[in-house]
Design a binder for this molecule. Structure first.
Ligand SMILES: *[C@@H]1O[C@H](CO)[C@@H](O)[C@H](O)[C@H]1NC(C)=O
Ligand SMILES: *[C@@H]1O[C@H](CO)[C@@H](O)[C@H](O)[C@H]1NC(C)=O
Ligand SMILES: *[C@@H]1O[C@H](CO)[C@@H](O)[C@H](O)[C@H]1NC(C)=O
Ligand SMILES: *[C@@H]1O[C@H](CO)[C@@H](O)[C@H](O)[C@H]1NC(C)=O
Length: 408
């Protein structure tokens, strides 16, 4: 307040009163006569219209008049939030030139032309605090003063963000992804494109207004996290007047325990174990009940037999494990020495271990031939036959047989 210069303070009351005149009736005229002793002066109040500027950019505050009167001074005053109204911040005179007052804000640059009665200003590095109304006052002779008011509005683009959570599969509704358009002016709109998640999730919308005039818009996708949601792409569309539509994308993440374990025959001597899980499962091969024979190698998820040797026949197991659970599948391997045919019998029973132990016994005692038929309630089925040789379309496999593809 002590910055208030003598020139500014002496001018202030006059200007405030002349402004008040713009809307007052006969009383105004009297007041004017009283104030402006030289002659009858008329005050015109012209709305110069709205000026909008993007935060951080510049704004042009127009101020022109086409009168042929003599111009002695252009005065700029502003009324912004949180400050005294009609604050004179700049005067322009022909001899003295520019005179900044009341804070000396050099972001205001005179880009008009005094002789042309053009008092246009450029305000750079605009901030939200610059929002308000700006009045330029022409001091004219003999007509008096002429005001032009520009309302300056600041646009703020949103800070956008799309975040996805990594919930664990479950039956409780949890947030899956949140799209945020933060601190924008005017407020932004947030919409979702959720593709295959349609009907499985709902949107929770939330809006916060900040003291500085900006608004944060947020929308959260909420749903019961299922493994089928894992890996699904969702998009968030953010639109506002300030920036062109922005589309953010994220992949929904759901953590879940290993799915059914699949064993794929890569070749006659190698088998690959697979199971879907998030995070990826660790796959552990073992020979049920015994350590793996030293000649059998595990390379990643693949079990590799050195040869079709009869003593490598037996029950193998692949276990898929992650922090959320584990699953396993047993595999009965029989290398028959005679005609070099290979048979894999593949099962993935949850209740299997007990039967399998029996199976191993049967296998050892060459009773396995009747093992599968009994399990399936069928008869006349050869359990140790080569599946690669005979797998007619539609023929039933052993119960819970996991996917099995033969390389030839
Ligand atoms: C506007 O901001 C830039 C970067 O902060 C600065 O270099 C420049 O001097 C500022 N301009 C004015 C007129 O204040
Ligand atoms: C006043 O000055 C501004 C900035 O230089 C310019 O854009 C505008 O055209 C001028 N107005 C007139 C009527 O010459
Ligand atoms: C407005 O206020 C919000 C909340 O305090 C803040 O995050 C944001 O940066 C502010 N915006 C500007 C342009 O100052
Ligand atoms: C998980 O497994 C998939 C399929 O094998 C693979 O593409 C992906 O890179 C793995 N991810 C990690 C983190 O190891």
């Amino acid at each position: 307040m002590e910055r208030f210069g003598v020139t500014a303070s002496s001018r202030r009351p006059k200007e405030r009163k002349t402004r008040a005149c713009s809307s007052a009736g006969p009383f105004c005229v009297i007041l004017k006569m009283f104030l402006l002793t030289a002659s009858y002066l008329e005050t015109k109040h012209v709305e110069a219209g709205d000026v909008v500027a993007m935060l951080g950019s510049f704004a042009i505050l127009p101020c022109q008049t086409s009168t042929s009167d003599r111009l002695s001074q252009i005065t700029w005053q502003k009324t912004i939030k949180g400050k005294a109204p009609d604050d004179v911040f700049l005067t322009i005179q022909p001899v003295i030139g520019l005179k900044y007052s009341n804070g000396k804000d050099f972001r205001f640059e005179f880009i008009g032309n005094f002789n042309n009665k053009n008092g246009t200003l450029k305000l750079s590095n605009v901030t939200l605090k610059d929002e308000g109304s700006y009045t330029c006052i022409f001091s004219l002779f003999p007509s008096g003063t002429q005001n032009k008011v520009s309302k300056l509005g600041i646009l703020v683009p949103p800070n956008t963000n799309l975040m996805s959570y990594t919930p664990i599969e479950g039956n409780e509704e949890v947030p899956l992804a949140t799209c945020t358009a933060a601190a924008s002016k005017p407020k932004a709109e947030v919409k979702w494109i959720i593709g295959s998640l349609e009907g499985k999730v709902r949107e929770e919308f939330n809006e916060t207004q900040h003291a500085n005039g900006t608004t944060t818009t947020r929308s959260t996708l909420v749903g019961k996290p299922g493994r089928e949601m894992n890996g699904q792409l969702v998009k968030c569309v953010i639109s506002s007047e300030t920036v062109k539509e922005e589309i953010l994308e994220t992949i929904i993440q759901v953590l879940y325990s290993p799915e059914k374990v699949h064993i794929i025959e890569r070749s006659k001597l190698s088998l690959e174990c697979m199971s879907e899980a998030n995070p990826n499962a660790t796959l552990i091969w073992s020979r049920s009940g015994q350590p793996l024979p030293p000649s059998v190698q595990v390379v990643g998820a693949t079990l590799q037999f050195p040869s079709q040797s009869n003593d490598l026949s037996g029950l193998y197991q692949c276990e898929a494990k992650n922090p959320y659970g584990s699953k396993h599948t047993y595999l009965l391997v029989h290398f028959s020495t005679g005609n070099c045919t290979v048979a894999w019998v593949l099962t993935g029973l949850l209740t299997f271990p007990i039967i399998v132990l029996g199976g191993v016994y049967f296998y050892k005692s060459r009773k396995l031939q009747s093992f599968w038929p009994r399990l399936q309630g069928e008869t006349q089925r050869d359990a140790t036959r080569d599946y690669s040789a005979a797998q007619p379309e539609g023929e039933e496999r052993p119960p819970e047989t996991v996917e099995l593809r033969f390389s030839d």
